[in-house]
Design a protein around this ligand. Structure first.
Ligand code: HEC
Length: 395
């Protein structure tokens, strides 16, 4: 190659191999699917989640797609580990993704640049500190998600080794890390590779000279100065590949067995009711059958005395069971049914209970209109009405 072609502006530089690009696109797809099927499980009452539950054909399908995407992501992660070891052991490519002293200098340089004390940004090599940070965050995130995901997928196996608290802890970590990862991609990743400059190299595999000058000037300078590693001889490469192959095969076999085990070992999904189920959800306990006349002990008279209908005796429990999921800690519409004071106070639009006047109580009107996300049965509505008309007593 002559000097002129070498510095022509149309000259391109290989940035990502085909394998790396395939890894990226598979990761992208499984990541997106995991997000779309995972976040609705974390925020089940949001209208967006409801739309996603419907779009994926119900919660069981959604969970299945979540699990399949997780397995795809595990496979791609293993492929990446094998690829990494291949570059370390076989091609012996220098490690370029691990943060180094000069990255700290680059950060200081860039902070000074943004504050106006420097005229230019740092001269990045093959990967900038921002790219390295994102890569390491992805590895860390994948490890956390895989471990906590495994714990929720196989809770029985998990509690043989860890205390039971580990399961809700895993759930909290899994959901929190998911939100963090999705936000990092939307805010940080999209900004850096799509908004700041539209960097297509992850799809085309190439960068041109101008892009290299902007984004990886130190790497470009090294290439221009001819400071590239001498290629390995074909014989030497072959020899190393032969050493590597059995090792890679064993890892793949162990991993494949692990996945097989993971998928089939525990069935933890709850069988959800088929849609259209009309069985009453609230089934009051049958009233105690009176003792047979031959009994020597007289039937307890307490049972015959009607229990006063108050917040404390039964109303509180009904709201707790039917309404508190949304109108409790979450206080949708500003309503909190977990305390008497909260129920009486009402919501964002004022009181919902008018003591002694059930017909004019917003709560009753809403419930009688039907179709509320939390709907009481006719019997239960009648019970609440009777309570309100009796003055909605607490005790
Ligand atoms: C799945 C979640 C969910 C459950 C369960 C639920 N609600 Fe609601 N509720 C909402 C939402 C969302 C709103 C606000 C939108 C609306 O008015 O429909 C609301 C609003 C209300 C309002 C109207 C407030 C206003 O200002 O008009 C009342 C009253 C109410 N709920 C009572 C109940 C009662 C009583 C129960 C239990 C039987 C219940 N809700 C269960 C989600 C729920």
């Amino acid at each position: 190659m002559t000097k002129t072609t070498e510095t022509s502006p149309t000259q391109t530089f290989v940035r990502f191999t085909l394998i790396q690009r395939l890894e990226h696109i598979t990761f992208l797809l499984s990541f997106s699917l995991l997000g779309f099927t995972g976040l609705p499980q974390k925020y089940p009452v949001s209208p967006i989640s409801l739309a996603l539950f419907n779009a994926f054909g119900g919660v069981e399908n959604l969970r299945m797609i979540h699990h399949i995407s997780a397995i795809v992501m595990l496979i791609i992660s293993l492929a990446h580990v094998i690829e990494l070891l291949y570059s370390l052991i076989v091609t012996r490519t220098p490690i370029s993704m691990i943060p180094w002293i000069n990255d700290i200098q680059h950060v200081i340089n860039d902070v000074l640049y943004y504050l106006g004390f420097r005229k230019h940004k740092a001269y990045y090599g093959r990967y900038s500190y921002a790219e390295k940070a994102e890569y390491l965050a992805l590895i860390w995130g994948t490890v956390v998600m895989a471990l906590t995901g495994f714990m929720m997928w196989n809770p029985i196996t998990t509690v043989r080794m860890l205390p039971g608290e580990a399961i809700p802890a895993a759930k909290a970590a899994h959901g929190g890390e998911a939100v963090l990862a999705v936000l990092a991609i939307i805010i940080w990743h999209f900004y850096h590779v799509h908004l700041k400059t539209f960097n297509k190299s992850m799809f085309t595999g190439k960068l041109n000279r101008e892009e290299m000058e902007h984004e990886h000037p130190a790497e470009l300078a090294a290439i221009d100065a001819g400071k590239q590693r001498a290629p390995i001889s074909a014989g030497e490469l072959r020899k190393r590949q032969l050493i590597f192959a059995p090792f890679a095969l064993v890892s793949i076999a162990v991993f494949a067995f692990g996945i097989y085990y993971l998928v089939g070992y525990e069935t933890t999904a709850l069988t959800t009711l088929p849609t259209g189920e009309t069985a009453p959800v609230f089934a009051p306990l049958p009233t105690a059958t009176p003792l047979p006349p031959t009994a020597t002990v007289p039937a307890p008279t307490a049972a015959a005395v009607p229990v006063a209908l108050t917040w404390d005796t039964s109303i509180s429990a009904l709201f707790q069971q039917k309404c508190a999921a949304c109108h409790g800690a979450m206080a949708l519409a500003g309503i909190d049914f977990t305390s008497y004071a909260g129920a009486i106070k009402g919501g964002l639009n004022g009181p919902i209970i008018v003591p002694n006047d059930a017909a004019n109580s917003n709560l009753i009107q809403k419930q009688e209109a039907g179709n509320h996300p939390g709907q009481l049965s006719a019997d239960e509505i009648a019970q609440i009405k009777a309570w309100i008309d009796a003055g909605a007593p607490e005790k």
